[in-house]
Design a protein around this ligand. Sequence first.
Ligand SMILES: [Zn+2]
Length: 668
Amino acid sequence: MSDNKWSSDKEWSNEIVHIPNPTSEITGMSDIIVIGNIDEIETETTIEFIPKLCEPQLEDEQKQQEGLTVPDENIMMGKETIEDQNNSQDTEKEHDSFYRSSKDDSIDEPCKTPLKPKKKGIDEEHRQQIFKTFWSLDTNDRKKNFIIANTTQKKTRTYLDDNNEPVQKKKNVHRSYSLNVDGNHIKICKKFFLTTLGISETFANNALQNQQDGVFVGEDKRGKHAPYNKTTNTAMDLVRRHIESFPVVDGHYTRKDSNRKYLGADLNIKRMYELYIVQCKDKISEKDIVSQAVYRKIFNKEYNFSFHVPKKDQCAVCTTYHQRNIEGTLTNDIKKAYDNHQARQIKAREEKKKDKELAKSSPELFVGTFDLQAVLQTPCSLVSQLFYMRKLNCYNLSIYNLANNKATYYLWSEVDAQRGSCEIGTCLYLQLLSMSHTTTHAIFYSDACSGQNRNQFIASCLLHVVNTHQSIKVIDHKFLESGHNQMECNSMHSTIEFAKKKTEIFVPQQWATVMRMARRKDPYKIVHLKYEDIYDFKDLTKNNMKFREEDVNGKKIKWLKIRWLRYTKENPDCILFKYKMDDEFREMKVALTSTRGRATEEYQLIKKYTSRQSISAAKKKDLVGLCKKGIIPSEYHEYYKSLIANINVKDTLADTDVEEEKNDSYQD
Ligand SMILES: [Zn+2]
């Protein structure tokens, strides 16, 4: 036996322990002074009906996830059951099962009131007060300091066996707990201590094992543990960093779900995961590479990102109807909207077919469709780095002559102009000007997208043309249902899709080459538009016309219901319109003044832009980066260097997402 050990233990037992109370400024508690044999004091003040918990084995402790807990209901309510008395071990297990870890960093306060007074000195009121004080401490560090300040530890004695080897100890330290009541420190058992504060044993252990000079010095790891067999934090962060490395843009219309961001239409989770694997390979250790399921989970749970589905690729009305039909949640409104949509579609197709046949035998009649095509991203290649970069948007609008199958594609990029009504109007204007002088009547079909085709600016444009054109006397604009592809442009569509997979496009002009090749026999006509080509039809609308809310008979005009607009030379101040193909035309007056005049004829169209457009600074940086890396070949570098960047330009979706214009589709 070693004398030293005995003396050391003795020293511990009788030591006067002075622990400065780090929480005294909040709690008003004085420093804690404990005198004498702590074991004795504890025994005296232990409340007998509460089963005494053993110190957990260290191994078990490590397995436990640290966390704050809600106290045992029975203990908190001061209930004592027969089982408590008869089988304290079972109760302990049961007791532990009541404890639960908090799921996040927020601290759940116990909802039950503490134990009823059983012992003179700490009554319920005081326990409540202590409980409140403890939970008013704003950080876990301060809570842990409170625990340390109210606990004393002493080393347990070491016994030697017959061979003079130390007997394995159940625990290395003995702890005693106290709480301050009116300036007196009342010794209590561990369970009473834990339940009064409403904390778990693990939380208390963490505080007590990481103290130095009475202050908590450990790291608060609550909620930051990597549970066994779970993805490590490093791996999760790598996934997040990868997801965030893709460019996202705001929606076209920010009014709806303004937090939602859109990823490029060329991406999906599977492709992102494939790119993640490519990026991770050889760079990070295998244990930090997550499965696709984990990648998907993080993507879905932590990000409000959507993969952009261009509106024209999917019909919102049909999709909703079919989904609801399968789910059995179809409502009358949805059914009615779908039926009307189908009826209108059939009607519009019949009308188009009729006009097409008529045009074949009438040289004075032009019948065509116009359609804003999907945005073409430039540069375009399958090099994986391109997926992480912002690219130039290239726009194109097709005008297809239904009688002779000739087609013209107007092509421009965001470097020159936007993708709005003025640009669409310009294409129509140029097309109408280029028509032969024998044409007296032009009929256009387009989808009913109100942001682009069915609005006052396009109306102003067409009215202006009919009033100023040498031969055209009537222009009709009839609306097809949105979301249903017009079959005329199929060969162009497949050619572009082929080019995306098989060739590399580095500058917008190269799209023209691809598009010309789309049809060998009778190739499509490609027209490049520059910023100086675009007319300002908004200025025309603002300064030369006045759109009224009511028609000439005083009836309200519902633009979203309009299916047919007619412009005639003989009625230069009026636009005719109808809601259904079979309806009679109604008339809206658009003259600036109520007196008749031919103001539109005198108006000189002005140009919309006086210079090239700026792109976002982030996009320019990405594109120049692609040049520097050699992904864009050097012969194109001058083009990219010349792009004007502006930090105030924000990248948004270039075309409407299918989710965004659902409301418009429901208009009858
Ligand atoms: Zn549809």
